[in-house]
Design a protein around this ligand. Structure first.
Ligand SMILES: Cc1ncc(COP(=O)(O)O)c(C=O)c1O
Length: 422
């Protein structure tokens, strides 16, 4: 019966399992351990071994990682940094906070990555770096990017790889710096957190110095972060108890939101391209403690993502990137591109009936819920210059691949979507 069906959310703490809740509770009730650097050091070491990159620094988030990477690489006012337009607003913000100008690269026709083959058209003498984003987890060919820079005699341009959607056992960093996030809805979660990594010791030393000077993670943000996985673990099953949209889970969620306990991924100021003053900050050791538990399960999570993505692909490849799913395509979320708004709404409603809430990355270019034309102006983004991104934004939905999605539910969802689109 539908009312007892478990709700599945693509975004709401999808990696949280019982052991994560346990460690979160233990951490919450042992405040004397919150600043214990032992957890940061251990997590950093284990993460470095996992991704097979020797130099890793932790930080409060992916957005701060990018901002601090740019600062450390001495990128400043008057410089240009190339970023994808099919991304989150916090990426463009990070460039803008550094003083540099973000220059936008349109999206490929065939998939959801930026069209790096047209990179040469964006290069000027002011270009200092290019952000290579592995969108949804599909790897960009970084050797190809390097080849384009070399042919343009611009091997001096730094490559910063954005692994926000892809953390694999051997991450395969080829750029000068890589960064990732441990955000609540990402590949593995410390609720809030991030890492910057490099093969180059001199960059690592400079990063270590800059991060050492940052303020500590604020206590209020930490408490809020620790409450989030516990909240979702309790609230999600209660989302199935009720009628239609009126469920106990939805009710307690709205109360939590009003009380300000629910984490906000993109804050109001960020939607307006302004910087909240509490970050960049150091990684909270208390959150690294959750990271150690998550990292142990990451291989299992990624194998699961691959299996679920293959199921979706079997039914829906004509709506996605049609190449075969493989290790270079472990989707954090499986993206589908609908034909028009009518089809989009049909698929959205049908999924809700199956008690699956799909994701909406990236509903608009430089995505943030209240990003508007004024934000675009501040960030020097001209939508008409990125037509493919405009085609995709607003018609893309993301199907969950996390451990909370079973093979049976994935098959059912894909079959139903297929029946709507034919
Ligand atoms: C592609 C991409 N890069 C970077 C980030 C920033 O990560 P964080 O949320 O930890 O700041 C995000 C976050 O949504 C993202 O989607």
């Amino acid at each position: 019966m539908a009312i007892f069906r478990k709700s599945i959310f693509t975004a709401a703490s999808p990696n949280t399992q019982f052991d994560d809740v346990l460690i979160t509770l233990i951490t919450l009730f042992s405040p004397w351990s919150w600043q214990n650097e032992y957890y940061n050091n251990k997590f950093k070491l284990q993460f470095s071994e996992y991704i097979k990159v020797p130099y890793v620094n932790l930080i409060d988030s992916g957005r701060s990682a990018l901002q601090i990477a740019l600062k450390t690489l001495n990128i400043k006012q008057g410089d240009e940094v190339i970023v994808p337009s099919f991304t989150c607003v916090v990426v463009a913000n990070a460039v803008s906070y550094s003083g540099a100008m973000p220059i936008y690269l349109d999206t490929n026709q065939a998939d959801f990555n930026a069209n790096y083959e047209r990179l040469a058209e964006k290069l000027t003498e002011k270009t200092k770096a290019v952000v290579v984003q592995h969108t949804f987890g599909k790897k960009v060919d970084v050797d190809m990017v390097k080849g384009i820079l070399n042919s343009a005699n611009r091997a001096d341009i730094l490559i910063i790889e954005d692994f926000a959607h892809s953390i694999k056992e051997d991450i395969g960093l080829k750029g000068d710096i890589g960064f990732t996030t441990f955000g609540i809805e990402k590949v593995m979660s410390t609720v809030r957190g991030g890492a910057i990594f490099t093969h180059k010791q001199e960059i690592y030393d400079a990063l270590t110095h800059t991060i050492y000077e940052l303020p500590k993670f604020p206590t209020w943000q930490l408490i809020k972060s620790l409450l989030n996985p516990i909240f979702w673990y309790v609230a999600i099953p209660l989302h199935s108890v009720g009628i239609g949209r009126f469920t106990i889970g939805a009710f307690i969620r709205s109360i939590w939101r009003k009380m300000g306990f629910l984490g906000i991924m993109v804050e109001d100021e960020e939607n307006r391209a302004q910087k909240p003053d509490w970050f960049p900050a150091q990684m909270a050791p208390a959150l690294s403690r959750l990271g150690i538990v998550q990292l142990r399960k990451l291989k299992k999570y990624n194998t699961h993502r691959l299996i679920i993505s293959k199921i979706y692909h079997l039914y829906l490849k004509e709506l996605s990137d049609s190449e075969a799913i493989d290790e270079n395509r472990v989707y954090l979320r499986y993206p589908i591109l609908l034909k028009d708004k009518e089809q989009f709404i049909k698929v959205w409603n049908l999924s809700r009936k199956l008690r699956v809430t799909l994701g909406n990355w990236f509903e608009k270019p430089l995505y943030g819920s209240t990003v508007d034309d004024q934000t675009y102006q501040v960030l020097c983004y001209v939508p008409s210059l990125t037509p493919e991104t405009l085609n995709k934004a607003g018609l893309t939905l993301n199907l969950p691949t996390s451990v909370n999605m079973s093979k049976e539910r994935a098959r059912e969802l894909a079959e139903e979507i297929k029946s709507v689109i034919v």
